[in-house]
Design a protein around this ligand. Sequence first.
Ligand code: SF4
Length: 339
Amino acid sequence: MKRKKQLLGMTLNELKKVAQEAGLPPYAAKQLADWLYKKKVASIADMTNIAAIKREYLKEHFEIGITPPSDGVKSNDGTIKYLYPVASGNSVESVYIPTDDHATLCVSSQVGCKMSCIFCMTGRQGFTSNLSANEILNQIHSLPEAERLTNIVFMGMGEPLDNTDELFKVLEILTSSYGYAWSPKRITVSTIGAKGLKRFLDESNCHLAISLHSPYPQERFSIMPVEKAFPMYQILALIKKYDFTHQRRISFEYIVFKDFNDSVQHAIALAGLLKDIPCRVNLITFHAIPDTSLDSSNIKKMELFRDTLNERGIICTIRASRGEDIFAACGMLSTSRHT
Ligand code: SF4
């Protein structure tokens, strides 16, 4: 049996084609978008301003495409890790992180990842497939706490800028008036600097986070093979051509490893590297994963690192670690710990 196409995750242009195919007037695309993204209907039958006969046609060829999470595990700190089934029997994880005044969802963009960063469980898994726009958006749309969300970060499984076509459809739907009408200021895309970075800088106003993890190319290469294909100096040169003083912010993510990248010399070198970029640095605690020689640094060293950057005019904070007990913290997502 032919699989029905999913409406959730379609841009307005794609919905115009659906309307045309169904023999509906062009303005019906906007009505479809309203039902999908504003009224959040669960079935095509509920789209009551579409003629009944046209709804029957749509039901024959399309479905809404909502898939609730198949599992959820709650951490002692309130973080919840959800498991979402995706195509071909695979699953991905999303992490819901509530705080006193914010509620953030960390969203996945791929099943596995090609980038092989040695500190990351997803990288260990290898790459299986890109997620479709439907599968990315569904993690947000079907989240049990969706109405409480204030922020979305694309920092889950996979490299979002290695799946740019589908990611961009989702960003458009999230930020357009026909879609969820979110401010781009509430959305951050995190990357290690893949090939889609220039397109992101040209086309999106969402915030950007770059995973750097070392100020030295050779050292970065030793833990992030991507350094060979997309060297950090090229990434920084590209970033310097764009404005980060107004709407869009840029931050650099720095996982702090014991006796590897946590020295004062590293902090001074990092401050030198970023001195012309209006940015902030987030220091992240490393969460040990099996079979690695890397270890977590300690809080004293992280504070010294932070202070060294702050003294040199770079805003630096130590990011609170969340969800470690349920394997939901940074670098720990792998879909193998849902019990
Ligand atoms: S850190 Fe990000 S880019 Fe690197 S392997 Fe993990 S998911 Fe992929």
